[in-house]
Design a protein around this ligand. Structure first.
Ligand SMILES: Nc1ncnc2c1ncn2[C@@H]1O[C@H](COP(=O)(O)OP(=O)(O)OP(=O)(O)O)[C@@H](O)[C@H]1O
Length: 527
């Protein structure tokens, strides 16, 4: 799948000029491929609508050129924040040597009836063409879609082989061990390059923390100072802190940004005392622009370190420098934290990260698979995501284990392999087979309607609402394609399924009752 989309992107890159490509295509991601249907994720509804209304023929032509086969293209709005738009990692590949058939078509269309190149509508490669200009250009050449759809692929690359498993099996070590210490040379910026906003998945559990982190990083020391993030183990606090650090450094290359765990802070202080040079320690921390201190809870019971940190905090805060702190609990619950320090932490913004819901856990794993260019069946992703609820580090660990197992044994990733690879972690073994019939049965039972009502033509709310929920769950929990789901629910069009899925996803975010109902249904489906 990734390989077909990768080839198609190469063709599209040639067919579109850069600003257009960057705006509309680069932010999409391939989600699944089933028979003749390819599902493409878009970051926002307006991108989805724009692509649907303007570029389906060109995208189809690119897919045909890539796979020598006609695909139906379905766009799915994933509703991710614009700020965290993923730069499509598939775009890092080398372009094909061959001339794209689509760009040939574009060239063809630039010619006037007598074969002359129509310079008036030809955008120059070096020209700073904005989207409106380019859209006008596409309008001018008008017949690109039909022409592109009709083209016979000059380059037909269908990689039917299993994609090579290219896995970074290294376990993520965190905090101080994963990150070169910034302290020996505090102005040296050394944060984990993987912990950036674009790799952070936003869900209900972390939406506010993410938004506040963005605000802090865009205006350090101006909006929320200090900024305090708390939450359970492995939920992304360190990731967000590093993302803030990266963003500040990108925007302000001259700023001194220092990340430190509170354990390391303590050790450095002790060492400076032992070596009889506590002043050098103080100077280090009082001459920086942004201080990020991770896991501050470890300062509890360390009176002398708290005292030192208190002075560092005051010096930086008075000098209008940004301070960002993380902890596994809110300041008032950190035992034996001095009151004066606690009250300072409460000066600014305190935000929490909660445990992620199923969708977010699924999205984290999908993103990880995408970043590794791996085709991991939805069933496997749901299997892992539904079993590890409280810790994203553990979620990633289980996922990496499955991928490593497949890679080492040179086997495709499927549910049997995942069950085998994770048998020590999930001793209950192979998951129950989740089918659309099972989902329909449980949803109909829950809403006390007849099973056949789900596929009937009836459009009364007492039937349409459960039907939409059932469609949503089929989409989330099974591998079934959109057209197939439509067929199962009384021969409905795939766009009806998309609409149902979009609607329930949206309403679920705003409606706690619906969210609980869905959680309850998922529990029953999986048990
Ligand atoms: N929302 C997210 N999107 C993508 N990856 C995430 C997300 N949340 C956490 N992770 C990943 O989970 C792993 C653990 O996250 P992190 O180290 O930031 O957790 P933490 O809250 O700091 O944990 P601890 O309490 O142990 O310090 C990291 O690899 C991180 O990239």
């Amino acid at each position: 799948m990734a390989s077909i989309w990768q080839q198609a992107l190469v063709h599209m890159k040639k067919a579109f000029i850069k600003p257009l490509f960057e705006t509309w295509i680069k932010s999409t991601m391939p989600l699944s491929i089933n028979d003749d249907v390819i599902e493409i994720g878009t970051p926002k509804q307006f991108v989805k609508e724009w692509l649907e209304s303007r570029y389906v023929p060109v995208i189809k032509a690119a897919l045909k050129a890539a796979a020598n086969k006609d695909f139906e293209v379905v766009f799915i709005n994933m509703d991710v924040e614009m700020e965290e738009l993923e730069l499509n990692p598939l775009l890092e590949m080398e372009p094909l040597e061959e001339t794209s058939s689509i760009s040939n078509m574009v060239e063809q269309n630039k010619k006037t009836a007598n074969g002359e190149v129509n310079k008036a509508i030809e955008p120059r490669a070096d020209q700073d063409v904005n989207n409106t200009d380019y859209l006008k250009y596409l309008d001018d050449i008008g017949d690109i879609p039909e022409a592109a759809a009709a083209l016979s692929p000059a380059v037909s690359v269908l990689d039917k082989q299993k994609p090579a498993l290219k896995v970074n099996i290294q376990t993520e070590k965190r905090n101080s061990s994963a990150i070169t210490s910034s302290l020996s040379t505090p102005d040296e910026f050394t944060l984990n390059p993987k912990y950036v906003f674009s790799t952070f998945v936003i869900g209900n559990s972390n939406r506010l923390a993410h938004a506040a982190s963005l605000a802090v990083s865009e205006a350090p020391a101006q909006v929320y100072n200090p900024f305090f993030i708390y939450g359970g183990v492995g939920l992304g606090k360190t990731h967000l802190m590093h993302a803030i650090g990266h963003r500040i450094k990108e925007n302000n290359p001259n700023m001194k940004v220092v990340y430190i765990s509170s354990e390391k802070f303590t050790n450095e202080l002790i060492n400076s005392i032992i070596s009889g040079n506590p002043e050098s320690f103080r100077q280090r921390y009082r001459n920086i622009d942004v201080l990020l201190v991770d896991d501050i809870q470890f300062l509890s019971k360390k009176e002398h370190t708290q005292e030192e940190f208190f002075h560092t905090f005051n010096t930086l805060h008075e000098a209008n420098k940004q301070i960002i702190i993380s902890s596994d609990r809110p300041p008032r619950e950190i035992q034996t934290l001095e009151d004066r320090l606690r009250s300072r932490f409460e000066w600014g913004l305190i935000t929490d990260i909660q445990t992620p819901d199923l969708e977010t856990r699924i999205a984290v794993l999908r993103k990880k698979a995408m970043m590794e260019s791996l085709n991991v069946p939805n069933e496997v992703i749901v299997y892992i995501a539904s079993r590890i609820e409280n810790n994203i580090r553990e979620l990633e660990g289980a996922f990496i284990r499955v991928i490593a197992y497949a890679s080492l044994n040179n086997l495709p990733i499927d549910i049997d392999l995942a069950t085998e690879a994770l048998k020590d972690i999930f001793p209950n073994g192979r998951p129950k087979q989740i089918t659309t019939e099972l989902i329909q049965d449980i949803v109909a039972g829950h809403f006390k309607i007849k099973l056949e009502d789900l596929s009937a033509k009836k459009r009364t709310r007492n039937v349409t609402y459960p039907r939409q929920i059932a469609m949503y769950l089929c989409r989330e929990l099974t591998e079934t394609s959109l057209p197939k789901i439509g067929e199962i629910f009384g021969g409905r069009d795939h766009t009806t399924v998309i609409h149902a899925h979009d609607k329930i996803s949206r309403e679920r975010n705003a409606d706690a009752k619906l969210s609980n109902t869905i959680k309850e249904l998922i529990k029953r489906i999986e048990s």
